[in-house]
Design a protein around this ligand. Structure first.
Ligand SMILES: [Fe+2]
Ligand SMILES: [Fe+2]
Length: 271
């Protein structure tokens, strides 16, 4: 991929910020507004990060050969950022365990999913990464654009999620540009067809598996059945309604000519 052909802003600098969170904070079960549902959604997501982000890194780096110097530098910075995110989410996850949660089933499901996707060809693994990086980018955008999401969170936890969100926005074009580079000889329709199909499957698995994870955590709080489902649904789609709000961003992925940087949201990460 010729860097000049990518909508990634020419003056974008990906800056890994080596931050640490929650080392001295007391473990708290419902760290988000004292709300079991919101805490379960974020905890279920966090349980996937250490293994998931390692997979993203290996999937992108498999295609760095022949990348122009700019993309090569972006892949390097992306790698550093993701490795640090994993390090901090390991701490966050251990805090959840210290607060009494058993994350082992959630982590086993991530391992099983990754074992399955590692049987796929490298280009499909890159497409899966690109789809999940789009998820992290649209969730990160919403988290930073609307301060209410984390307004009543424990300060160290809020700091972790804001920091992670900033860096996800900053590197949101890296997997995509690597995909454009890796598929530079493909016809446009084939590119679109593969990425649309992969996004559809990833969406189904992401929603089903994260919901299962959140329900598992809620069951550990003694919240089961319709109460758990209604609480989760209300958190995700009504208030604060993260998944309702990211729908437009998610759908934009299917538009011809889509690129993460067609939407320049750097105002959220400056300063
Ligand atoms: Fe990350
Ligand atoms: Fe990322």
């Amino acid at each position: 991929m010729n860097a000049a052909a990518s909508p990634t802003p020419a003056d974008l600098v990906i800056t890994p910020r080596d931050r640490r969170f929650g080392r001295d904070a007391a473990a708290r079960r419902w760290w988000l507004e004292g709300d079991p549902y919101g805490s379960a959604v974020y905890n279920a997501l966090s349980a996937t990060f250490p293994l998931g982000e390692a997979f993203f890194v290996e999937s992108v780096r498999a295609f760095r050969d022949g990348a122009d110097p700019r993309l090569a530098a972006e892949i390097k910075a992306f790698t550093t950022q993701e490795v640090m995110h994993s390090r901090e989410h390991v701490v966050f996850n251990r805090q959840a365990e210290a607060a009494g949660y058993d994350l082992s089933r959630l982590e086993e499901r991530v391992k099983a999913r990754l074992a399955e996707v590692r049987t796929k060809p490298p280009i499909i693994r890159l497409a899966i990464t690109m789809a999940l990086e789009h998820y992290t980018a649209i969730l990160a955008h919403q988290l930073l654009a609307d301060p209410r999401h984390l307004a009543k969170a424990e300060p160290e936890a809020a700091g972790l999620w804001r920091w992670h969100s900033i860096e996800e926005i900053e590197h949101k074009g890296v997997a995509y540009d690597t995909w454009l580079h890796a598929t530079r000889d493909w016809p446009r329709f084939k590119r679109w067809a593969v990425k649309a199909r992969v996004m559809t499957i990833v969406t189904r698995n992401f929603l089903v598996e994260r919901t299962r994870g959140a329900l598992d955590l809620l069951a550990q709080d003694g919240i089961t059945g319709p109460r758990a489902w209604i609480g989760l649904f209300a958190h995700a789609f009504v208030r604060p309604g993260m998944f309702r709000k990211v729908f437009g961003g998610w759908a934009s992925f299917f538009l011809p000519g889509f690129h993460p940087w067609n939407h320049d949201n750097r105002h959220l990460i400056e300063g």
